[in-house]
Design a protein around this ligand. Sequence first.
Ligand SMILES: Cc1ncc(COP(=O)(O)O)c(C=O)c1O
Length: 463
Amino acid sequence: MGIDRRDFLKKGALASGGLFLSGLWKNSPAFGKGVSDARKLPAVLGGEKAHPGSWPKWPKWKGTAWDEKMIAVLRSGVWSRAKYTEQFESEWARMVGVKRCLSTVNGTNALIVALNQAGIGIGDEVIVTPYTFVASVQAILLNGAIPVFADIDRNTFQIDPEKIREKITSRTKAILPVHILGMPADMDRIMAIAREHHLVVIEDACQAHLAEYDGKRVGSIGFAGCFSFQNSKNVPVGEGGAIVSDDDDFMDRCYSYHNLGLPTGTQAGSLNGAFMVGTKVRFSEYQAAIGLLQMEDAVREAGLRWENGQYLTTQLKGIKGIETIRLYPKVNKAVFHLYPFRFIQDEFAGMPRDLFLRCLRAEGVPCGSGYAPLETQPFIKAAFESRLFRAVYDSATLDYEAYLEANRCPENDLLCNEEAVWIAQNLLLTDHAAMDDIATAVEKIRKHADEIVKKYNPEETRH
Ligand SMILES: Cc1ncc(COP(=O)(O)O)c(C=O)c1O
């Protein structure tokens, strides 16, 4: 972890002893008054990094104990869907608190299968947040349905339920809330709207493994939930996904759809008996085996991210120009797949966000700006121009300019283009001292914003 003040003085003392002997001490920032100056100065202005150490590696591998288990799976030669996959599914269902779980090759296909078997298809509209990974929206388009964006609340980074209401039409079939960055969406209000308008709710919990809302784990609140176990995720496998639900009939149909239309429970190698249209997006045994190992620590790690995330929020709260994340009152646990805050440029002497990120990275704090607005990316237009969409929708529906106008999300634009800052989840698998380092880094940049802007970006400032 980072050097706290006491550690730093200790280390500084040792280092200065060596430098003293070498005669270089007079020039060393780690000596005398220089100690505090170097600590106070941002790294981009020649100061020391707020966090000089490394961060936990992700995904993690525990070494020989895990090697042996994996080698057994590899040596077995049974690599297609079999006992490990079934074990993975029952374990994940237990952890989420649902009756059933079906694994898939990834989270994108979990969403595609779930939407498909929830009856979403051509002619339907699905209301979704614009602040999400492209997969949430691709899954809607791939089922031939139209994504409808309801703007976000910038304080929470989440879809705003009031805006969902405004977007409901006679074509609306489903709401796809995304527990973005590992923080539960406002599920009480979303479920109330869904009940009122008879809409299906499929939770995109791809970033929110073991997050809790009103005593329930996310994914178990709507009709169904979808997860991703992609390499960066809080429970990583490489590529992997899952659908969860309490509805047996739905889960049976998902099973068949994910396995060539064959009946539920049909194992790999079955040739005949397909009774419905289906794709093939089955999990593999070695994926399941990795997942089972990663699940061993998932609850503890989710708790640690939550604890350190809350602590970091308290440390960042007082810094002018940083708007810390707000969670809904019924959130029991956010799992911060990405820890977010909002950066207010005007409070940082007009410093562009990119420069702020560069400064933060220089302090030893990896960070990013996150999503670009989805509707600015060409894929929705491409779907509207596809043969399928042109065959089934009228030209008014496929008028892309009108679609863009109707789906404008100014709050999301501001968050994406100017404000959002993300810190990856592995930084939260540490301790309070490391969180202090992150806060110190931000504080240093804020304090020296004027000098930084003058040095690095004089012509782009707003002042
Ligand atoms: C919100 C969200 N939805 C869906 C997905 C798709 O999951 P996958 O990458 O496993 O296909 C992701 C993955 O990053 C995601 O973050």
